[in-house]
Design a protein around this ligand. Sequence first.
Ligand SMILES: O=P(O)(O)OC[C@@]1(O)O[C@H](CO)[C@@H](O)[C@@H]1O
Length: 429
Amino acid sequence: MKRPSQDNGRALTDADAETPSAHAASVPGGPRTADTDGSQDRAPVVVGTPGSFARGVLDERHTALIERVRRATPYPPAHQRALDALLDEITKGSIEPLDDAEPGADRWRDEPYYGQRWADVPFLWAESFFYRKLLAALGHFTPGPWLGIDPFAPFKNAELAGSKVDDELSALDRLPALPPHEQDRTLLLSSLWGNRADLGFQLSAGEGGLGDRVQGLVVDDSDALWEILATEKPRGPGGPGKVCLVADNAGPELLPDLVLADHLLATGRAASVALHLKPYPYYVSDATTADTLACLDRLTGASGRAAAVGERLRDAVGDGRLILRSHPFSCAPHPYDRMPADLREDFASATVTVMKGDLNYRRLVGDRHWPATTPFAEATAYFPGPVAALRTLKCDVVTGLAPGTLAELDAGAESWRTSGTHALIQVRS
Ligand SMILES: O=P(O)(O)OC[C@@]1(O)O[C@H](CO)[C@@H](O)[C@@H]1O
């Protein structure tokens, strides 16, 4: 079922999704904390260098995505022409601003990259603006019949409806048979590997049962994460606090994220979970409120324990323990070190902020070519409050590897950074 992009029940307009605060604190060319110490030399910002992963995304994935979107939904001629124009722009042209008539175009007016080649500007910015232009081409923010229609809904709906999801959800029935610490580990790893677009609930007792999912971990700070969340640890006056969970993809990744959120609430690790979603469709699979509601429907429509979890999550939304957020900065073309004050405050007041997925990792560490052994704490020193990253590696950017681990990875398959075969759980307390 397609739900228009919505936030609290009303269709989002671009004005909602790109309030000045979303960009005011992220004015390009503005003060970059990370650059003032000369880190540009030590950790250059990722751009579309020939032969790089980023260049492959810009030249191949984006062009292929336009054709996938075109085939998935019967768009009218005007939208088809707009897609043709976007395809020309990203393959032959330079970066053009949004049309003046596009809702919210004024908030992109002062960006500094127009007239440049897509491959020459920060990769994070180029990708982000590509998705914004794709939505513009399809009238996502334009009042009319296509307002709020998610161009990626066909892909997301198909993933969620699949019988593989039924099999994975039924595996939840075996969770109570595991000892508590194994339940913790299984659900954390399921959320982690869900970023590789499989739910990972296939449970089995004991460490060895998780097979390559454990072997693929290049950093595992999970003990530190559970320590931050420990219920027996003396807490502040109010006991357990708020956990911010910054979601990534819908469907097969969001389901285990929601099950983990339920687990944190049910085991007293969190009094509330603030689930950060995207205010509009982004990066194909990124989760919106509509996708979250579809996942809750999928859970409650399943059998056994999955249905019970779904009902508990619905209740948690209703009584304010599961808080859905869709901050405009979640779709901003900048790293988190430019987040606006209200978002900074939300993270600062959390027991821990859990960042899911590759894109959030890139934004967290500034989308830079850090030396891979750079401490995660150094690359995230600006971040307010404790932060954890649960991410499968899908691009060149990585920090916090032990020298021995890096040597071993570099001695193996060249694609370890981008193939999704490896993952990390990193914590900065
Ligand atoms: O955040 P996710 O979903 O884990 O991964 C998103 C991502 O890997 O896909 C893009 C390439 O298609 C990358 O630029 C981006 O980081």
